[in-house]
Design a protein around this ligand. Structure first.
Ligand SMILES: NC(=O)c1ccc[n+]([C@@H]2O[C@H](COP(=O)([O-])OP(=O)(O)OC[C@H]3O[C@@H](n4cnc5c(N)ncnc54)[C@H](O)[C@@H]3O)[C@@H](O)[C@H]2O)c1
Length: 276
């Protein structure tokens, strides 16, 4: 993290990788940097155009400055053939023998949803079937397909952890957030199912429920200024959640201290969610 000396490296991370979906920004970017500082190489998946490529280079160069490898792929994570190609390329990159059990962490931190009302005065502005399905596909179901791809290739092993980013929208109404709320509820359900199915292999799966955090995705929500001000007012810590708060939580849970934590939603919000 930015304000302190580097954290001690985690011996169990030595030579291993973290696959981060959404590695170029927000929670994914901060977690990529922190897990690299703890000793993991980073396989980052992101979707950026020229305007935001500088962020990608900044994350990569911070990872490399820790001495770890950064391997980034700029693709739509919801595309089946691009996902399979990226995973096959990763196996080729690390070598088939070393790829087995190479992923210590799989993190899902994709923000790509439609922010429209379901109904309202202007039918032209309603949520369409395509909007709803695309939001659920990217923000929830892609977690299952990436996990299947990793399991099929033997990339996860006993001790590996899956993390998916959820929000209080998974259980509450936020204006314009109907599709993303549905995706969060589905994502939390997928995490429970994966924890059940992967537990016998010693692989954990948890959702991280972050508080309201000032990131590019949050800035796209209509009325985000109000959301940010209200969250800061309500939060018992008197401040917003930061991407680094989440990165620290994931670093701790992915390490030996998290070895029996699975199938749950872990709040990382300073208690914001429990304050009415
Ligand atoms: N910001 C908040 O207040 C908040 C709170 C709780 C949960 N979350 C959740 O955290 C996750 C990450 O959000 P963030 O705020 O860090 O957003 P962000 O915009 O900072 O980062 C999103 C990342 O996803 C990548 N991405 C988006 N669509 C993609 C696609 N189709 N294929 C590949 N990569 C894609 C982007 O390149 C970027 O790296 C989201 O699921 C969001 O709902 C956000």
């Amino acid at each position: 993290m930015s304000d302190a000396s580097p954290p001690p490296r985690v011996p169990a991370f030595d030579g291993k990788w973290a696959l981060i979906l959404g590695a170029s920004s927000g929670f994914g970017g901060a977690t990529a940097r922190h897990l690299a500082a703890l000793g993991l190489n980073i396989f980052g998946v992101h979707l950026d155009r020229r305007a935001t490529m500088a962020n990608v280079e900044a994350v990569r160069s911070d990872i490399e400055s820790t001495g770890q490898q950064a391997w980034f792929v700029n693709i739509n994570a919801a595309d089946d053939s691009l996902r399979n190609q990226a995973l096959d390329d990763f196996v080729k990159k690390v070598g088939a023998a070393s790829a087995a059990g190479s992923l210590r962490v799989l993190m899902h931190s994709l923000a790509f949803g439609t922010l429209r009302p379901f109904v309202g005065d202007d039918p032209g502005a309603f949520m369409t079937r395509k909007n709803l399905e695309m939001t659920l596909d990217v923000m929830a179901n892609s977690l299952v397909y990436w996990t299947q791809g990793c399991v099929r290739r033997g990339l996860l092993e006993e001790g590996s952890s899956i993390f998916a980013m959820t929000s209080s929208g998974g259980t509450r109404v936020i204006p314009s957030y109907g599709a993303v709320s549905a995706a969060k509820a589905a994502l939390e359900s997928h995490i429970r199912q994966l924890a059940y199915e992967l537990g016998p292999r010693g692989i954990r799966a948890n959702a991280i429920r972050a508080g309201v955090t000032d990131t590019p995705a949050l800035r796209k929500i209509p009325g985000n200024d109000l959301l940010l001000a209200e969250a800061a007012r309500r939060n018992p810590f008197g401040r917003l959640t930061t991407p680094e708060d989440v990165a620290l939580a994931i670093g701790a849970l992915a390490g030996p201290g998290g070895r029996f934590i699975s199938g749950t939603v872990v709040g990382c919000d300073g208690g914001e969610d429990v304050v009415g």
